[in-house]
Design a protein around this ligand. Structure first.
Ligand SMILES: CCN(CC)CCN(C[C@]12C[C@](c3ccc(C(F)(F)F)cc3)(C1)C2)C(=O)Cn1c(SCc2ccc(F)cc2)nc(=O)c2c1C=CC2
Length: 404
């Protein structure tokens, strides 16, 4: 196709020792419920069913809204380009009990949704983490699209589920879709984004609470009819080893979560958008933070705010990956040929596999250090200090002396 290659298996599989399984979990029958995609170490399975990267076509509509494109046309374009793309994980594969796995909650960026960072989540799960990629919804409306179920009053208005994984548990539930809400003209952005980042943090904390319930063997009702037995994950999570991770708006969500909940022992913030954060919370953040930045997205104001989190007491690290752009972290960076990928700023100069490999290895080394894990991720410790030809320690943005 015009992107130069077919996409089905373009998202790189995990490099770690574990096979990766994946399932969807929706808890709660209202917009205030929790919706997440779970990536986990699984039993080897013969012919694994690979889930679709974009689970429902409504997400293409959401992307169109987010990108201010015409829905009808772009749904067909996105479906043609990305409709066949699969996630390299075994859908609903049996969980592999093997001691207690550390846990990561992942928060997506503005206009994204829970499946768009599968390359990162699959890699981490393959290295022995349980990863919950939340889908932000509610007032937040910072996902490009998301859905929830509502008890529908009128009998017989049963709408068939739009995508096969969205079969609701009981048939008196109807799917309600909500889409990305752009800023109104003249709307003051900070109050909205600050409220949203607090909402996003609450959703991450609620997702963690649900993992606690699952770990304690409490029965958790999955409103989605996924044939995955959550009880197989009882007592399998190391709930002293929990990290929060996110991209862009999700990076700001990392800082907000660290401030709100000490159960998060450290944070990895990818190409963070600092704007939504109220600087008053910064002194309240005591956990280690790792800022992994792209070369092109950052600007002086954003870096200055990150520097305000610098500390002599709490470990704060920053690296910049040379030749990367903002979209080098979401999966799109693997799904287009070079020239159109660079044209649409979905790819930087660097090979996306090399870029994400550096980001993932640096992340694993940081997590081992600050979750006190006893494994071999410390082999990549040098990357935390930016010691690699493709890395810059700290930032490439020069900050004028006057502004410090
Ligand atoms: C003009 C629209 N305007 C909206 C406010 C700016 C839109 N925009 C730049 C984009 C996302 C882009 C994108 C995607 C996907 C294709 C595709 F063709 F491949 F589908 C193309 C082009 C359009 C690059 C961003 O917002 C950047 N950004 C993001 S992008 C997260 C994301 C969203 C959807 C995805 F599919 C993948 C990744 N997350 C954030 O938290 C923040 C920002 C900026 C500040 C905070």
């Amino acid at each position: 196709d015009i992107f130069g290659h077919n996409n089905t298996l373009s998202i790189p599989p995990g490099k770690g020792p574990h096979q990766v399984g994946c399932t969807d979990l929706m808890v709660g029958r209202t917009v205030h419920g929790t919706f997440l995609r779970l990536y986990y170490p699984c039993q080897a399975s013969e012919n694994p069913q690979l889930p679709d990267w974009v689970p429902c076509r409504e997400y293409f509509n959401g992307l169109a809204d987010f990108m201010k494109m015409n829905r009808a046309l772009s749904e067909r374009i996105f479906n043609y380009l990305f409709g066949s793309c699969k996630i390299p994980a075994a859908w609903n594969a049996s969980f592999k009990p093997d001691g207690k796995y550390p846990v990561i909650i992942f928060s997506h960026g503005l206009g994204a949704f829970r499946t768009l960072y599968s390359a990162i989540c699959v890699e981490l799960a393959s290295q022995g983490f349980i990863v919950a990629a939340v889908e932000h919804r509610c007032l937040d409306e910072s996902a490009s699209a998301t859905f929830y179920f509502r008890e529908h009053a009128e009998p017989g208005t049963k709408k068939h589920p739009s995508c096969d994984i969205a079969k609701p548990l009981s048939d008196n539930l109807e799917e309600v879709w909500m889409y990305y809400r752009p800023l109104k003209p003249g709307e003051n952005e900070f109050p909205l984004r600050n409220k949203q980042v607090k909402q996003r943090a609450d959703e991450c904390i609620r997702a963690l609470d649900i993992l606690f319930d699952i770990n304690s063997g409490k029965s958790v009702e999955n409103v989605l009819q996924c044939d995955f037995d959550l009880s197989t994950m009882e007592n399998s999570m190391d709930l002293c080893r929990i990290a929060i991770m996110g991209h862009s708006f999700g990076g700001a969500t990392v800082i907000e979560c660290l401030c709100k909940d000490v159960k998060f022992k450290c944070g990895v913030a990818l190409d963070t958008w600092m704007f939504p954060l109220d600087e008053e919370i910064f002194p309240g953040v005591k956990q280690p933070i790792f800022f992994i930045n792209s070369e092109k997205f950052q600007w002086i104001g954003n870096i200055i705010r990150m520097k305000k989190l610098d500390s002599a007491i709490f470990p704060r690290k920053m690296i910049t990956i040379k030749g990367t752009v903002h979209q080098s972290f979401p999966d799109f960076t693997f799904l287009t040929g070079n020239w159109i990928g660079r044209l649409m700023k979905l790819k930087g100069e660097i090979d996306p596999h090399i870029a994400l490999d550096l980001s993932n290895k640096a992340t694993l080394a940081f997590l081992q250090r600050h979750l006190n894990m006893d494994i071999d991720f410390n082999q990549w410790d040098a990357l935390i200090d930016g010691k690699d030809d493709n890395l810059i320690p700290g930032t490439n943005i020069t900050i004028p002396q006057s502004s410090i």
